[in-house]
Structure formats: structure tokens, C-alpha cells
Design a protein. Sequence first.
Length: 329
Amino acid sequence: MSRVPLSLSCVAYDRTRALFDGRVTVAGCDLYPVAMSPEEAFHRNFRHQEFDVTELSMSSYMVQLAEGRCPYVGIPVFPSRLFRHSSLYIRTDRGIARPEDLRGRIVGVPEYQMTVALWMRGILADQYGVQPEEMRWRSGGLEEPGRGNVVSINLPEGVDLRPIPEGETLSGQLASGAIDALLSARAPSCFGRVPEVVRLFPDYRAAEEAYFRETRIFPIMHLVGIRRSLVERFPWLPVNVQMAFEEAKRLCLIDNAKIGHLYTTLPWAVDELERTRALMGYDFWPYGAAANAHVLERMTHYAWSQGLTVRQLAVEELFPASVQDLAKV
């Protein structure tokens, strides 16, 4: 049998770099990786299914999976994870000093269903008692007008979500004061330029470390998906792709721990790695469904309680059985 050609779209992270430079490949396949931003990968694959294997938004994947219409089969590989307290920006002239002050405010978000918003709405509700319905939501492009949702959603009554005016951007709206706050994965261009725009959590690392100590949750942002038609034809693909990503991450962590010569352009990168492991454990970026069950359970609950999914998904539904039962030596 000839080898299966596989196109791959994802960010060239340090943890995926070995797939790009050829040190790691997918067994039985010829891999053709293309580096791109998450936003481009989501747009091109949720809308047009251009690539065989791709990085996907976890929340958008759950929306489509719950409705039985996702063209990709997810595997528990999580190329992007981020604590998100850093993602809330506010205006200092609106009387917002703490999360509870967001009640009644106008909050911008590029896409309501995006995973950063899923997590921060959940954290605001769980940690501070602020419900999504208590804020007014405005969506649109962060820096470019015309951005829309990559997947369609039907929100429950009580959620005030409207697009910003045509030709406007969320960064511009925050700078002008048309919105009171912004929830965004990327820092808006007005941050650092407009004095009235600051982070809600100035010492976001301290807030995020406290959140981890309390919950043991390191939020998952993205997963890897494989074209469903290919999985139906080659049922061995999910495990082989999973193993390739696992090996790429293993090589990355070895490189990050080298102190004779630094793998990253940061003077204390090795010390940072050691500090992170002291707080979060040796394998602080685990792949696999079992190792992340408590994180995934919280995500499926948030997606359902916020009205993004038509039903609450079970963790077992997120990935095929084969990648949840890997062989052990």
C-alpha cells in the first residue's frame, strides 16, 4: 500500500517544529506542513476544509460536533493552551476596577464562541459570580473590519450580542470609548498607545497562578483535527497522528531544558521551565483525554451552559476510542 499524503496546517510552535523540519513524521504518511496563524487555519478549515490535518478552535469544534456536522475528527493533541486573565482589557474611565464591575458594561469580542471567550466567561461566572447575560456583547474584527463567526451559533434568550458598525474595529471602538471592555486573544493595537486602555488584571501572572493552584486547570485553546473522510478510509490515522505530535512535543521539551546553549531567545528560559514545573508538574502540557479530563469536562460544561452547544457533550464523545486507549509497554 502506498503512503498516504497528508497536508497539515498549524502554527510552527516549538512543540510542533519537529513536524515542520522533518525530524518527526506520521507513520505511513507523507506529511506536507504549512505554517499559518490560528485565525487563518480556523477560517480555511471550518469553512472550506482545505487541509487534511489542522489546528482547530476547541470551542468551535464542540459547537459543530454537538450538532453532528463537524468535518474533522478531533484528537487529544492541544497545540495551544493559555491562561486567559491577560485577555481582558478595560477603559480606566468607566469605573471598572474588578471583575464584578463588568456587570452592565459593553464588552467587545471578535467571535462570541471563540475559546478565549468561552474560558473567560466561565471564569467570570465561577470565580466572580458575573454571568454572561449581565454584560452586553459586541462582535467584530479586532484590527480589520468585517470579521464574522467561523461557525454558526444560536444563543439563548437574554444574551445581548450585536455586531459593531460596519467599517469599525474592536480596537478602534475601545480606543474611542464606544465599548467599555474587550475580551481578545491578541492585544489590541490601542493597548499601550491609549493611556485609558489597560488590562483588568495588571499582574495577570499572579492571578493565573492562583487560578491554577485552586483549580489545577491549564486552559486548552486548540486541538488537532483530521479530515473525517480520511479517518473513515484509514482508521489508523488518529493514533499515528497523535503519536507524531507527542514525539514532537517530547523533543521540544528536551531542547527547552538545554542550558549549554539556549533553544529560545530568552536569557532565563531554563529557569522559567524549572519554575513552571515546580508549580504545574513535570509534564505541564499534557496531551491525551485522560490526563485532561477535568479540563475537558469544564469546557463541555461551559459550552453548554453558555448556549454554544445544543447539548452537553461527554468527554468520551470528543475523540475516537482509538486515541483514548493507546498501547502501553
